[in-house]
Design a protein around this ligand. Structure first.
Ligand SMILES: C[S@@+](CC[C@H](N)C(=O)[O-])C[C@H]1O[C@@H](n2cnc3c(N)ncnc32)[C@H](O)[C@@H]1O
Length: 305
């Protein structure tokens, strides 16, 4: 039995709460220079580089990873937003360092994610054509087994200004399993029979297909400010409901404005760890998380009445 497998079996005997605490302790303990930006009973947000965080985490400890890495598309071009021409530049974090360096970065973080995932764990990676093929290649290079490539169709995508090619209206989300032979979580019935009113393609009580129609984030999701590549909560809720169970630990190495954490909190009874290099986005995440907590408490109270 290899060491990785052995450690996993030892940890299997621990409660999810204990594993969550162990993961946080491992991140914090070497030298104490890393502390959560925010933490609660089931959530921890770190204002740090994900590579540093991942290197400190114990292997085989995470059930599911959702990663929305930089698209590397901030190349001084223009796009259309609310009928106005705006720069495509998202921020320094989104600048390409050239094909070789960008590809090496994807290789490094995907390899680091593989180490911390449980054998039956899965990873989702979202992106546009600027980055998703590199990520797909690196998933395969790192021995992941691809389960699906989801086309997230945005029915309200912005129009194309140049009128010289098709209007980009989808992103691709890859879903892959760490171990080809392990049994991963797929909540088939919930996907088939659940209600998805936002999706004009999904028919009631039919199998969930790999094209998902979900509008871009609602105004209510930008109440405390917005992230330039913010994902809709409905998208993350679907991913979490499809591929995790109660008590699972979910990691988002590129937390951004915290959509994954918000969706984890809405799904309930799961643990969340996020890392984000920009403290402004950590702050936005905390505001959104506290609002969900407040809403949950108010709902509980009104049910109690
Ligand atoms: C595509 S955005 C994620 C958006 C997020 N899914 C949301 O819905 O708000 C990528 C984020 O990763 C952050 N980032 C880039 N490199 C990082 C790194 N090495 N470690 C942690 N965060 C990083 C960027 O600051 C950016 O906020």
């Amino acid at each position: 039995m290899n060491v990785e497998r052995h450690l996993y079996l030892v940890e299997k005997a621990l409660s999810p709460q204990k594993i969550f605490k162990n993961v946080l302790n491992d991140i914090i303990s070497p030298g104490n220079e890393i502390k959560p930006y925010y933490s609660s009973e089931k959530t921890a947000i770190f204002n740090d580089d994900c590579l540093e965080l991942l290197s400190r985490m114990p292997e085989n400890s995470i059930d599911m990873i959702f990663a929305d890495p930089p698209y590397m598309l901030s190349n001084n071009g223009f796009t259309c937003q609310n009928g106005r021409m705006v720069s495509v530049n998202k921020g320094k974090w989104d600048k390409s360092n050239g094909f070789a360096e960008d590809t090496a970065f994807h290789d490094t973080w995907i390899g680091a994610c593989r180490r911390v995932l449980k054998p039956e764990g899965t990873i989702w990676i979202s992106g546009t054509y600027h980055s998703i093929y590199q990520c797909g290649y690196m998933l395969q290079k790192n021995n992941f087994h691809i389960l699906n490539d989801i086309a997230w169709f945005k029915p309200n995508a912005a129009p194309n200004l140049s009128c010289r090619f098709f209007t980009a209206s989808h992103e691709t989300i890859l879903w892959a399993r760490k171990d080809k032979k392990a049994k991963h979580t797929f909540n088939y019935n919930e996907m088939k029979n659940g209600l998805f009113p936002e999706d004009k393609i999904k028919k009631e009580k039919t199998q969930m297909r790999s094209v998902w129609s979900i509008p871009t984030p609602k105004n209510s999701e930008k109440e405390f400010g917005k992230h330039p590549t913010q994902k809709p909560v409905d998208l993350l809720l679907r991913i979490i409901k499809a591929s995790t169970n109660n008590e699972d630990i979910i990691l988002d190495p590129f937390n951004g404005g915290g959509t994954t954490g918000v969706a984890v909190s809405l799904a309930g009874n799961r643990y969340y760890i996020g890392s984000e290099i920009d403290s402004n986005f950590c702050e936005l995440t905390v505001k959104r998380l506290l609002q969900v907590e407040k809403d949950n408490e108010e709902n509980l109270f009104s049910v109690g009445c």
